[in-house]
Write a protein that binds this ligand. Structure first.
Ligand SMILES: NC(=O)C1=CN([C@@H]2O[C@H](COP(=O)(O)OP(=O)(O)OC[C@H]3O[C@@H](n4cnc5c(N)ncnc54)[C@H](O)[C@@H]3O)[C@@H](O)[C@H]2O)C=CC1
Ligand SMILES: O=C(O)C(=O)COP(=O)(O)O
Length: 630
């Protein structure tokens, strides 16, 4: 062998997701009464050898004794291992074929099951270095070839010494014995492979961590099946986003950082520098200044409905897609509003508070049914419209007002002006969005127009209502009660106190912005948003993005996909296509959508092309972002 680079891969928990001897035990001991106990013993022996805590050779003898395995079991094992090849190994089959002469499997496992698995990937049988079993005449495993250095302590080092490879040696493995090769000076680099198992003792020592083979290939500038290792995509999740989101992003292979509260602009500017995906809820302000610091940001997930906290214009100009969850928590808000309408109509919170203080105040005074009362819904969107249906089912007469034309549901009556609605409603509830022009849309004039003693709810956005005007209307008795879930300033986390003039007023229900905070809603959101974001990252699909031109792309088949985001000025598409033509790139499909600010062009091309086209495309004037998907 006289190539200049060698790639040494471990087998157990690296090439495959599992430890083969543990799997063999599952098979050979399947009828054993003490199966669980023996398997645990085998696993403990494996782990203690793998993290370097005990002698490998001693452990191996003990494990084989416990296994009671035979040749038939080995056949079954190979079938199982075929299915358990590590995901990143599976997808990078091309690498093994292309570099077959330089790839060595060095394992303390056994050739009987390693060879059939790895040769299917193009690895050469003569490049598999591992132990071999000894069998008795009935085919039972009775031991192993003790002459083989790989069954001895420091076996891998001894083997490498014997091989005397001339060139750079890169080792990829999960175990301590893999690290030892580098420690002994027999390898240039050791990569701790953590896709299947993370051994702290190994990771601590390793100078490189490879959460997948993609990372190993990327770091060594070797050909990969995907365009970018997913572990290099960092996700920052703020504001207590449901754990389901973490689970989904982690499964995808992303790096995740989670913080329970919101961050200030300054803190976020600092934290966002190397972040590719940001997850927020309603509190975190993603300002133009934050976006300026976000060098690597590709996508923002608002794990809620409202997106007024994100500078959509600046994010669009920066080529950053924004996604939200437009439906997932709407029902939760509606249910809370309904409950509050009844609670306010019966002054329940005041009565309950008094009861807690020991006072019995049985009286019907000021308590009314909601049946036949007029509910005025301001903002007849997804929430307002659902509330309309449920409130009617409770016997209320619904009136609504919206700035745009909306389908009238059930018997709801449309009002042409807000004033009309305010003059007629016994209960007014706000469900408008938080657009900037809605700031202070509800103030003294609006409260004065309401019927005397009418009830008021705001579960939309805090800045929509002038709080001093609400306080005054409540104090004067003009408003008979209010339920407020959202505030112009909301604490950043559960440690910060809540300060408001609304505190202590009678028949006022105050809730800490929990309209959408139910288990169901949060879980649904945590499912919806990551899926939108990952779809965008993996395919370029911008469907349902709140700021980007929406394109629903066909699946990428036998193609590389060029994703080009640019300022929407004349001539950019022509320049893109000139660059493609100049490099004689074969175009398989092209999709374009623009809005006033940006153009979004996706070009699927033949997999074989001159890489010059990439730098040419990056240099097209007015390019904002460019990336390739394999
Ligand atoms: N309290 C909480 O936890 C939650 C609060 N929200 C808030 O509720 C808002 C509404 O949610 P959806 O109904 O899903 O949104 P949506 O976008 O479906 O509906 C909003 C409606 O308000 C209308 N509108 C906007 N400004 C108006 C104005 N000045 N006067 C009359 N109509 C106006 C719009 O035309 C639209 O039809 C969200 O934007 C969010 O701010 C949403 C979920 C949870
Ligand atoms: O969905 C929305 O817009 C909400 O207001 C809910 O926000 P939250 O996720 O509770 O911070």
């Amino acid at each position: 062998m006289n190539k200049d680079k060698y790639f040494i891969l471990d087998f157990d928990s690296t090439f495959t997701q599992v430890e083969a001897l543990d799997e063999l035990g599952e098979i050979s001991l399947s009828q054993d009464e003490n199966k669980e106990q023996v398997l645990q013993e085998i696993k403990d022996l494996t782990n203690s050898a793998m993290d370097g805590s005990s002698s490998f050779a001693e452990g191996l003898t003990k494990r084989l004794k416990l296994l009671h395995a035979n040749k038939n079991h080995l056949q079954q094992l190979v079938k199982i291992l075929e299915e358990k090849v590590s995901h990143s190994i599976k997808r990078n089959k091309g690498f093994f074929n292309e570099f077959a002469d330089q790839i060595l499997i060095v394992s303390s496992g056994f050739k009987e099951f390693i060879v059939p698995i790895v040769t299917a990937y193009g690895i050469k049988e003569e490049n598999v270095f591992a132990n071999t079993f000894r069998f008795d005449e009935q085919g039972n495993i009775i031991g192993y070839d003790e002459e083989n250095v790989l069954c001895q302590d420091k076996g891998k080092i001894k083997l490498l010494d014997k091989l005397g490879l001339q060139g750079d040696v890169y080792v990829l493995g999960d175990g301590y014995t893999d690290y030892e090769i580098k420690e002994a000076g027999m390898a240039n680099r050791f990569y701790a492979f953590t896709e299947n198992v993370t051994r702290d003792k190994v990771v601590e020592k390793a100078e490189y961590i490879a959460p997948s083979l993609d990372e190993f290939l990327y770091h060594n500038k070797l050909p990969m099946a995907i365009s970018y290792p997913k572990n290099r995509i960092k996700v920052l999740l703020l504001e207590n986003i449901h754990a389901k989101a973490t689970e989904l992003f982690r499964k995808e292979g992303y790096q995740i950082e989670i913080l329970p509260g919101a961050l200030s602009e300054e803190e976020l500017c600092e934290r966002i520098k190397d972040v590719s995906v940001l997850g927020i809820r309603s509190k975190t302000q993603v300002t133009a200044k934050v976006l300026e610091c976000a060098n690597r940001l590709m996508s923002i997930g608002a794990f809620c409905i409202g997106i007024n906290q994100v500078d959509l214009d600046a994010s669009l100009k920066a080529g950053i897609t924004v996604f939200n969850a437009p439906f997932s928590n709407t029902r939760s808000v509606v249910e809370l509003a309904l409950g509050e309408i009844i609670m306010l109509s019966r002054k329940i919170f005041d009565k309950s508070t008094k009861m807690h203080q020991g006072s019995w105040d049985k009286s019907a005074s000021g308590s009314v049914e909601v049946r036949d009362k007029k509910l005025g819904i301001v903002g007849y969107g997804n929430i307002g419209a659902q509330l309309s249906v449920l409130a009617e089912a409770m016997g209320m007469q619904v009136y609504y007002y919206d700035v745009v034309e909306k389908l009238q549901l059930g018997n709801a009556r449309k009002c042409d002006t807000l004033q009309q609605l305010l003059e007629v409603a016994d209960v007014v509830t706000l469900h408008v969005d938080g657009r900037a022009s809605n700031k202070d849309m509800f103030g003294k004039a609006e409260f004065d127009t309401m019927k005397d003693g009418a009830l008021f709810l705001n579960l939309s956005r805090g800045h929509v209502v002038e709080i001093p005007a609400l306080v005054e209307s409540l104090k004067s008795g003009k408003i008979g009660g209010a339920a407020v879930d959202v505030f112009p300033y909301e604490p950043a986390n559960n440690e910060e106190p809540f300060v408001s003039e609304l505190r202590g007023l009678p028949n006022v229900i105050l809730t800490p912005h929990i309209g959408g905070s139910t288990t169901e809603a949060q879980e649904n959101i945590a499912h919806f948003v990551p899926n939108r974001i990952m779809e965008y990252m993996n395919t370029g699909n911008t469907y349902q993005s709140v700021n980007f031109p929406n394109i629903q792309l066909p699946a990428q088949k036998e193609a590389h996909r060029l994703i080009h985001i640019h300022q929407n000025v004349p001539g950019v598409l022509a320049n893109i296509n000139n660059a493609l033509a100049k490099n004689q790139v074969n175009i398989l499909g092209q999709y374009l959508k623009t809005n006033e600010q940006v153009g979004y062009v996706i070009t699927d091309i033949d997999k074989a092309y001159d890489k010059q086209v990439i730098s040419d495309l990056k240099q097209v004037p007015h390019t904002i972002k460019f990336r390739i998907l394999y």
